[in-house]
Design a protein around this ligand. Structure first.
Ligand code: PLP
Length: 489
């Protein structure tokens, strides 16, 4: 493809993308194809000879769209939201255009320096304690996902624990250090509440350590507190095991529970070798609002904090923002410098080489889309965006409460999340609502005035437990999607 060809192809792709967004609500949210559908639409082998862009682009609608679940549709209500905005898309375009896997500062100084700047901006927007800023010992780095962030800090936590133990035991001989390290690692245990995201357990598998979850209870809104934590730590130590990592959550996946950071901090003081990581993948975005920033202040007690801008903060996947209090603890664990990665700037110690803050070597220019988003909306626009979703969430809660004959709310709604259950005898109603494939989310009338085909259950209908038919609705129900896409704030 020549430059001229690119101009034409890109212009038509942008037209198609704009058309996709402006008509997305007309598409069914879920695909109606069977597994393996694409095998029947595409040839068995790559084309021997190159094809025209026109032929390729036509296949998007013919082959790809039938197999898409439209996460950006205003009718999509599953999981957490996955942001996509035009400035975010432009950031992705420029990142692709500049493709520069800047693992070291010297590989493209702008890639590294913009990342440091936008991560500091974000830390300030979220009102994180100053220790997370790059001007001190801390700093932020963009990871691909919250799960990747967990693995990264878990390895740093593991190595910090081992290093401190070896220092205490005055082990200096290299071979002995290696043997003793393996021994210590075999006793390490990562901890998290039973409601923590599965990435904590997965992280422990990858880091090669044990994992224990602590039960949390409905009576306490599923939050982890000192009450569960202290006995869990003590029991492990009694068995000769070493807790080295604690995952706490600001907004758990199931119910948006917020662990009790203050009481956890009182326990943590007695166990300073345990690394505490706060997973705020979804709810961290709410810290843009002053009303939630008392939670930001509580982050003084965690070693690391991660939130996904790609969930609720208007930035296209992927943009998981990890902040640490002491960046040296990441680089101590993850820095390896073979001759081919050495350069005078890295040696000077005056620059950041983000390869030492992450698992991969190469990295994308993700800071660009964050920069575009932050500048397009401004802090005020971000606040209005989050507040708007929370307002929609509150409206939804009122609708659910207005039909107490059909629904019950399982835990107090948090942020823009409501977890509710269809009452057991109304199971058929739940099936029918789900079966329509659409939910008219932006109808201002109360639920009972809408044309949702709800049939009362028959006398003989099986009674199921509420949990089986629990449906979580995340308020990506945003009747002003267009407003946010175009950023006309
Ligand atoms: N942590 C929490 C609380 C989540 O809800 C999720 C996903 O929904 C994750 C982590 C995993 O996020 P990622 O896909 O970025 O790894």
């Amino acid at each position: 493809m020549t430059g001229d060809g690119f101009v034409k192809a890109a212009a038509s792709a942008i037209d198609d993308i704009e058309h996709y967004y402006s008509t997305i609500a007309e598409r069914p949210v879920l695909p109606s194809i069977s597994p393996g559908y694409l095998q029947n639409l595409l040839p068995d082998a790559a084309p021997e000879h190159g094809e025209d862009w026109q032929a390729i682009s036509q296949d998007i609608e013919r082959t790809i769209m039938p197999g898409m679940t439209h996460w950006q549709s205003p009718k999509f209500m599953a999981f957490f939201s996955a942001s996509s905005t035009y400035p975010g898309i432009l950031g992705e375009m420029w990142s692709a255009a500049l493709t520069a896997p800047a693992f070291n500062w010297v590989c493209s100084p702008a890639v590294t320096e913009l990342e440091t700047i936008v991560m500091d901006w974000l830390a300030k927007i979220l009102a994180l304690p100053e220790v997370f800023l790059s001007k001190g010992e801390g700093g932020g780095v963009i990871q691909g996902s919250a799960s990747e962030a967990v693995v990264t800090v878990m390895v740093a936590a593991r190595e910090r624990f081992v290093r401190r133990q070896l220092e205490r035991d005055h082990v200096t001989d290299e071979e002995e250090r290696e043997d003793r390290s393996c021994g210590i690692r075999s006793k390490l245990v990562a901890l998290a509440s039973a409601e923590a995201h599965s990435s904590t357990k997965k992280g422990a598998i990858i880091a090669g350590t044990r994992f224990r979850s602590m039960p949390v209870h409905h009576s306490n809104d599923y939050a982890l507190t000192a009450k569960e934590l202290r006995p869990a730590i003590e029991a492990l130590i009694t068995k000769g095991l070493c807790p080295y990592y604690l995952g706490v959550t600001l907004g758990t996946t199931n119910t948006c529970a917020i662990d009790d950071f203050e009481s956890i901090a009182t326990v943590a003081k007695d166990y300073p070798d345990i690394w505490i990581h706060c997973d705020a993948a979804y709810a961290g975005a709410a810290l843009v609002l002053e009303e939630y920033q008392h939670l930001s202040a509580q982050m003084h007690c965690v070693d690391s904090f991660d939130m996904n801008m790609h969930k609720w903060l208007l930035t296209n996947f992927d943009a998981s923002c990890l902040f640490v209090q002491r960046r040296k603890e990441l680089t101590d664990a993850l820095s390896i410098s073979p001759a081919y990665l050495k350069n005078q700037f890295s040696d000077s110690g005056l620059v950041t080489d983000y390869r030492d803050w992450q698992i991969p070597l190469g990295r994308r220019f993700r800071a660009l889309k964050i920069w575009f988003v932050l500048r397009t909306w401004g802090v005020d626009g971000l606040r209005r965006h989050i507040q708007h979703h929370i307002n929609l969430g509150n409206m939804f809660v009122d609708l659910i409460r207005s039909r107490s004959d059909l629904f019950c709310i399982l835990v107090e709604p948090r942020f823009a999340l409501t977890v509710f259950s269809v009452k057991p005898r109304q199971r058929k109603a739940a099936q029918q609502v789900n079966g329509t494939g659409t939910i008219q989310h932006n109808d201002p009338r109360p639920f009972h005035d809408q044309q949702v085909p709800i049939t009362p259950p028959t006398e003989n209908e099986d009674v199921e437990t509420a949990n089986e038919i629990t449906k979580q609705v995340y308020t990506t129900i945003d009747e002003q999607k267009e407003f946010f896409l175009t950023a006309s704030v």
